[in-house]
Design a protein around this ligand. Structure first.
Ligand SMILES: Cc1ncc(COP(=O)(O)O)c(C=O)c1O
Length: 483
């Protein structure tokens, strides 16, 4: 191998004539960008109540019109901001508005946007504890608060994720590595036929064989009871398999049904299997008296998933995995390398990269820390109580529409219904007509083999006026469709 000679040392920096640091903005430019963006954002938020719940754009045409090559030339910030707010953001569903009653809304607290602004601007590193002990500690505090909300002990741990899907995946991996250290080809998992599809995907990604995931039938209300789980576990044990994980739902996506958590907790304790509760939708209702009663037993789980971008009203991108024993996360995810800084040896100083599958990542804790510190938890408790009241109010209103049949009354804040007159098409038409009002947006699903429409009340921006409007729209549309 030949080596090149070093360049002659002229005493001058090779960067001496480097161009001005164009990416380093001056204060006036930064201030201008913030002011201009703030003005557009505040106008947007203040007008959310008037936005159509669903735009009438052709989404595919919008997307195609926005295809663009790698930019070579500079474009002024104002032009880009106008492009965003005039063309890019408006098409689609108004998921932040009060009329969004589909899937699982949350709204998106503005506080989180300010928190992100601060953390992105200061760009401190929280993948490990050492570079930002302060910001890391705030995130640890948030995780502890979430664990307290679902009733796990002070010694519980966990981490914030981008959402419930990744949190459920991490839970399955932790359970697998705790119970199946000698290989997982015989491991079996128990979920209900109402469990969120991300749970089965998590099992698949975690290497559990598809034929070893038991999808068990629920009761007429969509709840998983302990008996079918016990029967399936016994049959699998007899067949030489290794039952290791039972996944319960604390609020299914379809109807909001809460599985029999108390009985499932007892069963899993007896059977020595991991008890995971997917409370992505329903977990924060434990803050309310009614929710705490409905979720009794969740506090006995080995792991719980909650989605702050649902029940704590944060913008999308905020989930959490909480575990009873933080050592299980360390066993599943810890790793080290020569180039890494010294990792923490004190349990209370948490290196997130040692308990989760990520290294570099965004600062997630401040999005929750800020609104919780600003308002205190009781404001959230009251908001969630209002959602329970509104769902009950919506169910009562639907029951008064003669053409409508309530299929599942709210266990938490979801009510499902359909046209009383048989035939899927009539219920589908009802959903279409209601959504064409553009004042509310509802999603549909299948329950008991039939198409039903859901109202899911969870946005902090949805109040009684919008539910009254929804009921009036549904009533008018149902009358038009009646035979
Ligand atoms: C019960 C339940 N689990 C998991 C998920 C998946 O969560 P995410 O969309 O945050 O990945 C959802 C989403 O609606 C859900 O309702």
């Amino acid at each position: 191998m030949t080596s090149r000679p070093d360049p002659p040392n002229t005493g001058e920096s090779p960067l001496g004539n480097a161009p001005a640091a164009e990416l380093e903005l001056d204060r006036a430019t930064m201030q201008h960008m913030i002011d201009a963006a703030t003005a557009r954002v505040l106008d947007w938020i203040e007008s959310l109540g008037e936005h159509p719940a669903q735009s009438d754009d052709d989404g595919a045409a919008v997307a195609r019109a926005l295809e663009e090559p790698l930019p070579r030339d500079a474009t002024p910030f104002e032009t880009l901001l106008a492009e965003l707010f005039d063309h890019v953001i408006p098409p689609g569903l108004e998921t932040a508005g009060p009329g969004y009653l589909a899937y699982v809304p949350g709204g998106g607290l503005f506080h989180a946007a300010v928190a992100d602004f601060v953390t992105n601007a200061v760009n401190r590193y929280v993948g490990v504890w050492l570079p930002a002990p302060g910001l890391t500690q705030l995130e640890v505090n948030v995780v502890r608060w979430l664990a307290e909300i679902v009733g796990l002990p002070d010694t519980a741990g966990g981490f914030l994720t981008t959402g419930g899907s990744l949190a459920n995946l991490a839970a399955v991996v932790a359970a697998r590595d705790h119970h199946l250290r000698d290989g997982h080809t015989l491991g079996t998992v128990y979920v209900s036929d109402q469990a969120h599809h991300c749970v089965e995907r998590a099992a698949r990604v975690a290497g559990i064989r598809a034929e070893h995931v038991r999808r068990l039938a629920t009761d007429p209300e969509g709840r998983l009871l302990a008996e079918p789980v016990a029967t399936a576990i016994e049959a699998d044990r007899e067949a030489g398999l290794q039952p290791f994980l039972v996944v319960a739902s604390a609020g299914t996506t379809n109807t909001g049904a809460v599985d029999d958590l108390r009985a499932l907790a007892e069963l899993t304790e007896r059977q020595g299997t991991w008890f995971h509760v997917d409370a992505a939708y329903g977990g924060f209702f434990r803050l309310t008296e009614r929710g705490a009663a409905a979720l009794e037993g969740i506090e006995r789980a080995d792991s719980v998933v909650v989605d702050p971008h649902k029940g704590l009203f944060l913008p999308y991108g905020n989930g959490a995995l909480l575990v009873r024993d933080p050592a299980t996360l360390r066993r599943a995810f810890s790793s080290d390398a020569d180039y890494m800084p010294d990792l923490s040896h004190e349990p209370e100083m948490v290196d997130f990269s040692s308990i989760s599958p990520e290294l570099s990542r965004d600062v997630r804790g401040l999005r929750l820390w800020l609104p919780l510190r600003m308002h205190g938890i009781d404001v959230f408790r009251r908001a969630l109580d209002e959602k329970l009241d509104l769902a009950r109010y919506a169910a009562d209103g639907l029951a008064r529409i003669p053409e409508i049949e309530v299929v599942t009354p709210p266990a938490l804040s979801i009510v499902t219904f359909r046209m009383r007159e048989p035939g899927h098409w009539r219920t589908r038409m009802l959903q279409k007509k209601v959504n064409e009002s553009r004042r509310v947006f509802l999603s549909g699903t299948k329950f008991g083999g039939r198409h039903v429409i859901r109202i899911c009340v969870l946005s902090f921006r949805t109040h009684r006026d919008r539910i009254d409007e929804a009921l009036a729209i549904i009533g008018d549309a149902a009358r038009e469709l009646a035979p």
